[in-house]
Design a protein around this ligand. Sequence first.
Ligand code: TYD
Length: 198
Amino acid sequence: MSGVFVVFEGIDGVGKSTVCRSVADVLRARGIDVTVTAEPTHEGIGAFIRSGGAGPVSQRTEALLFVADRNDHTERIVREVGSGRVVLCDRYFASTVAYQSAKLDGDATDTDWLIEINSDFVRRPDATILLDMDPRDSLGRVGSRGEEVSKFENLGFLEQVRDNFLRLAERFGFHVIDASRGREDVLRDVMAVIEGLV
Ligand code: TYD
């Protein structure tokens, strides 16, 4: 039996990882084998990106690093899906397109090029769920987690990233879910998408 590959996307603080964990709990309670994973990954190139080891690089270089991480990650995802598991992935190629094409320090990378460099290295997800929220609200959540706000987490930048995600959702047929509501409502809508696949 072939498994299912579901991706969760959205700006920082929309609750992707919480939703991923909740979906995994629901599916596991039904006896379904689930893998929860995320990008940037925590090993190899992903760990390198997270450590900031590359220093102050351009958005194009950063995009290539995210895609390199994705290439190795995709090989693992394909193996897991092939063995019949449901793979829930927190961020995938749309994050590179949405974030690296937003203007950070005046530097914006071309959307078509970003889609192109991903095209050889991604497996098409069975569904991509975009958790959508106004960054004014999601930034409050990031701050309340007591985390340091990263360079990606300022309001004007995240407004661009959100717009980019919404454009990609239209172009690639993502499921857009209003993540500003309570946890139960969001989970119910997410499960409605996933029920059709498992
Ligand atoms: P994030 O999902 O916030 O990781 P964690 O919650 O484990 O810290 O990802 C870290 C940041 O990386 C986030 O602000 C978005 C950014 N990012 C990109 O800019 N491009 C990408 O391709 C990916 C996967 C992430």
